[in-house]
Design a protein around this ligand. Structure first.
Ligand code: G4P
Length: 536
């Protein structure tokens, strides 16, 4: 390429690089009730995405009159509008990816976390680190996702902030740096002290606003609230400055340190600080791993992967939306993209963006953005779309199910239809399907019981297939591999009825229980069993 051509190319790339740098794609991880929904609403308010707090929930409630499985979807806390929420703030574009509240749908959550560059961990100040937060944190850690912490409900009785930070450090093995510090507790919570500027932002009057905190001397604060022990506050702040680690951007970006903000989502307090912190420190779209190479976000060619499928978002249209995270380049409406799994091209004629209350056709989108691609079953979870290159993104995982059931069909004549329907459901990530090699009825695998309820309701509503689930002799499924083909084949032949195929045709070993699995493991040198698989 000539120098002029190179210069022209780099000039034409710079708007792309600029757009990529503006993006912050993140999720909120928390235990139910910690305040995720409330915080989401308040974040959206900042971006002007909604005018009225309460919309996120209200929308969910309005959906309650729909059919049964929609009810399950509602319980599951997912709706089209909350799957991904895009808003702008401070000239940055924030893509907030929602994760289902119910732990029976944790697979969905894990997959969504593969599509973000950072996460906000919301902790209830009275409860500290709870079970689900810890689990979700572990998933983030696997991918070195940087975490920003928001300690919520400071307007209520809460635990000692030092104690909470200590718990984060100990239970999550994550360093902490307070960015703000609460002044007063519970009913006497006055506001937060900004560690960097030394200013105090007061709960009464302007908590929602961002920008410089007011400079108020701690001693003067006592005059506003006689219950405040100014000396104790000063002492505490001294301890913070002596004992707490200073913020280290690199350590945060590597997932070793979390900046901590205190606030109250309900009172819209501290939310602005959190959002500013996210904008300032959270990474712009990161490079993504494909099987062949690392793909940089600012590369000019578009690439994306599908991490979630949502069906029947509009019951009148029976549409299926594949949510794709753009990994590089720019997507333009009408462009052709190659679906690498099949090698076929598809035209992206109506990619969609999602806002708090609405969706809209996306004319263009950039790396870091999430677009919804309407399709009728062409796309499945884990699919890669490119402008022609044969790369496959890795890291969208499948987890070994916790519950295995055989599917019993009332009407044997409909076996073929059931097979198709189950294939569809597994491609959407509703359940996993395993087909035993001995030809016995298919088994479905799920993480939580509610997934089975959704499957049953959807098979009935969409395919007129009433099914039941039977307890199976098998309780566990594990993918397996061997260093050489011969060892692999010998193992398969020796375990005839305990071998099944998953949706991709990969083999799993079905075990009656942990004891049998251990026994088989011992007797099968050269075979490696795993309970997580990257979707191909
Ligand atoms: P979730 O999505 O994480 O499950 O939590 P959600 O936001 O629904 O909040 C759970 C409860 O905690 C809600 O009360 C909510 O109002 C309350 N809450 C959230 N943030 C704060 C806060 O900063 N301070 C206080 N005091 N409460 C907070 P609820 O009574 O269960 O629901 P609702 O009837 O208020 O909707």
């Amino acid at each position: 390429m000539s120098d002029t051509a190179l210069a022209a190319e780099s000039a034409s790339q710079s708007p792309l690089a600029h757009e990529v740098k503006r993006r912050r794609t993140f999720a909120i991880i928390s235990h139910p009730d910690a305040g995720k929904t409330t915080l989401t609403e308040k974040l959206l308010l900042f971006g002007g995405a909604i005018n009225l707090a309460g919309q996120v929930k209200a929308k969910g409630e309005r959906r309650s009159t729909r059919s049964d499985w929609m009810k399950i979807e509602r319980d599951r806390g997912i709706s089209v509008v909350t799957s991904v929420m895009t808003f702008e703030f401070n000239d940055l574009v924030f893509n907030l990816l929602d994760t289902p509240g119910h732990e029976d749908f944790s697979e969905d959550t894990y997959r969504t976390l593969t599509a973000v560059d950072s996460a906000v961990m919301v902790i209830d100040a009275a409860k500290g680190i709870e079970d689900r937060t810890r689990k979700l944190f572990e998933v983030c850690r696997l991918r070195d996702i940087p975490i920003v912490t928001f300690i919520n409900k400071m307007d209520r009785e809460s635990r000692d902030p030092f104690d909470l930070m200590d718990e984060i450090e100990k239970t999550l093995a994550l360093d902490t740096t307070p960015m703000t510090w609460p002044v007063g507790r519970g009913r006497d919570f006055l506001g937060t002290y900004d560690i960097a500027t030394g200013g105090v932002r007061l709960l009464e009057g302007g908590g929602a606003k961002t920008g410089e905190a007011e400079q108020i001397a701690i001693a003067d604060l006592a005059s506003r609230n006689p219950n405040l022990d100014a000396a104790a506050v000063s002492e505490e702040l001294e301890l913070v400055s002596e004992a707490c680690k200073p913020f280290d951007l690199e350590s945060f970006r590597e997932g070793h340190l979390t900046p901590v903000f205190f606030g109250s989502a309900l009172r819209n307090f501290g939310v602005g600080d959190l959002l500013e912190g996210l904008g300032r420190y959270a990474p712009a779209p990161r490079a993504q791993d494909s099987a062949a190479r690392k793909v940089e976000a600012a590369e000019p060619k578009m690439s994306a992967f599908v991490f979630k499928i949502q069906a029947n978002m509009d019951p009148n249209h029976r549409d299926r939306i594949a949510f794709a995270r753009l990994c590089s380049g720019k997507l333009t409406r009408g462009m052709k993209a190659k679906l690498v799994r099949t090698g076929k091209n598809m035209t992206l004629s109506a990619p969609q963006f999602f806002f708090a209350q609405d969706r809209a056709i996306a004319d263009e989108a950039f790396a870091g953005d999430v677009v919804g691609i309407p399709n009728h079953g062409t796309l499945r979870i884990g699919d890669t779309l490119t402008e022609g290159e044969d790369i496959q993104f890795v890291g969208v995982p499948s987890f070994a199910p916790e519950i295995l059931r055989r599917v019993r069909l009332g009407d044997a004549m409909k076996a073929k239809k059931l097979k198709e329907a189950l294939q569809q459901m597994s491609e959407e990530g509703v359940v996993q399907v395993f087909r035993p090699r001995d030809g016995s009825p298919a088994m479905v695998g799920v993480v939580g019981q509610l997934q089975l309820d959704v499957l049953k309701a959807r098979l009935e509503a969409e395919y007129a297939l009433p099914v039941d689930f039977e307890i199976s002799e098998f309780q566990l499924a594990r993918w397996f591999s061997a260093d050489d083909r011969k060892t692999f084949d010998t193992f398969v032949n020796a375990n005839g009825s305990g071998i099944a195929e998953d949706v991709d045709g990969d083999l799993v070993y079905l075990a009656k229980n942990e004891f049998y699995l251990g026994y088989t493991r011992e007797r099968s040198p050269g075979i490696t069993f795993t309970n997580v698989k990257d979707v191909k």
